[in-house]
Write a protein that binds this ligand. Structure first.
Ligand code: G3I
Length: 382
């Protein structure tokens, strides 16, 4: 662990500089702490997912910390179809527009999430039975939403989670009604409606060989059709004690060999037992609460904390090795209290997957990440 005095000195100066750039208060909880966005500024963007209270800056601690630490933001829910397109001919851009303004004010890039996803669809879509109406929804949705944010967001997750674990196409409403070319079509429409945004395919577990092969086939198909795809997002919902660095490294190599950027888009490292012993992030899978499945309600034991620290250290060491191929690393949330992993796959647990604790204080894992850059080994990488 690096010496704390060193950090105070280093970060005090940084805090001042950053406050000037971002408009944050110098005596905020962020002052005196190193900055992720500054530490990795020459390597890749550092992002976070934001929820409504954070976009509206309702909590002063979050409002002070976020602009100091992150230079990229992804809306956790507010650009999903059920929110942004609640009725057939009604769009709700209010929160998305607030996010764009927030990002501009704080000099951050917006990764818009997400245009085509089988989950969090508006109720009216789930009730449509005929293929023509689904096609019309699909076309109108991409045309209207992507065009509204053209030039305002840096990138779009055009299609999210279209693959099954074996690499085949997920049997979603879009596959069933539109056929297997719907993904190429989604990118074609997005490219036209939002020519100034980068366009990505985003999914979980695509670092694993079978699903990765499916993602590669899908990306090649988009490219072969002469349609633009700029990057792939590997979500990164992993468990702290079970990260396959080999799979991740192979994925960075194989995806970047297709001529596209690699992003880690929803990073969090869960520490709680998993009822099914799998890393899938399928939000529709849920299990019942029992106390055994919530072993750390009041704090994380040192032994588990060390695993979390090591997981993050190993990952960022790998990310730095491939910094030329990685465009962004985004955490799925700002602090542990806000993480979706407190409520999935079991409601009401206490998880610790992020770099800031429930009081927005940097955890040991935060310093493990910073250290990958500031230790001797990290510096060689500069
Ligand atoms: O909007 C309602 C609100 O009206 C209600 O009061 C509240 C009560 O529970 O629920 C609210 O909806 C919740 C919504 O988040 C907004 O907070 C849903 O119950 C909840 O299921 C939903 O969870 C989101 C999940 O996607 C749903 O699919 C998580 O916040 C979000 O982190 C998660 O994000 C996904 C990525 O988009 C794609 N990859 C996997 C990732 C994790 O599941």
């Amino acid at each position: 662990m690096l010496n704390k005095n060193f950090y105070s000195l280093f970060a005090g100066t940084l805090g001042l500089l950053l406050s000037a750039c971002t408009g944050a208060q110098q005596n905020s909880p962020g002052a005196g702490t190193p900055s992720l966005r500054e530490t990795f500024r020459n390597d890749f963007l550092i992002g976070t997912a934001l929820n409504v209270p954070q976009i509206e800056e309702r909590d002063p601690k979050a409002a002070a910390l976020i602009p100091l630490q992150f230079n990229a933001v992804t809306p956790e829910n507010i650009m999903k179809a059920e929110v942004i397109h609640p009725q057939w001919d009604k769009y709700n851009f209010e929160m998305g527009d607030k996010l764009v303004a927030y990002a501009q004010k704080n000099n951050m890039k917006v990764n818009a999430h997400t245009l085509i996803w089988h989950s969090q669809l508006p109720a009216f879509v789930r009730n449509i039975k005929d293929a023509d109406s689904i096609k019309q929804f699909f076309t109108n949705h991409i045309n209207t939403v992507a065009a509204h944010y053209d030039g305002k967001v840096f990138s779009w997750d055009v299609v999210n989670e279209a693959l099954e674990e074996d690499g085949s196409l997920r049997k979603s409403i879009f596959l069933q009604k539109l056929g297997e070319d719907y993904i190429v079509e989604a990118f074609r429409l997005a490219q036209k409606a939002s020519p100034h945004s980068e366009l990505y395919y985003n999914d979980y577990n695509i670092e694993q060989p079978r699903k990765r092969a499916g993602a590669i086939a899908l990306i090649k198909k988009i490219q072969a059709a002469g349609v633009r795809i700029d990057g792939v997002g590997i979500q990164g919902h992993w468990r702290a004690y079970n990260i396959s660095l080999k799979d991740i490294e192979e994925s960075i190599r194989e995806f970047s060999a297709l001529g596209i950027k690699v992003m880690f888009t929803e990073l969090d490292l869960g520490v709680l037992p998993n009822p099914w012993d799998s890393d899938a992030a399928d939000v529709n899978k849920k299990a019942e609460y029992n106390a055994k499945m919530n072993p750390y309600p009041t704090g994380l034991p040192d032994s588990i904390q060390s695993k979390l620290n090591k997981g993050y250290k190993d990952l960022f060491t790998l990310f730095l090795k491939y910094k030329g191929k990685i465009g962004r690393v985004t955490f799925w949330g700002v602090n542990d209290g806000q993480s979706w992993l407190n409520n999935w796959p079991i409601q009401g647990r206490t998880n610790y997957p992020l770099l800031f604790d429930r009081e927005f204080k940097p955890k040991q894992a935060f310093y493990s990440v910073i250290e990958t850059k500031t230790t001797k080994a990290g510096k060689k990488d500069n």
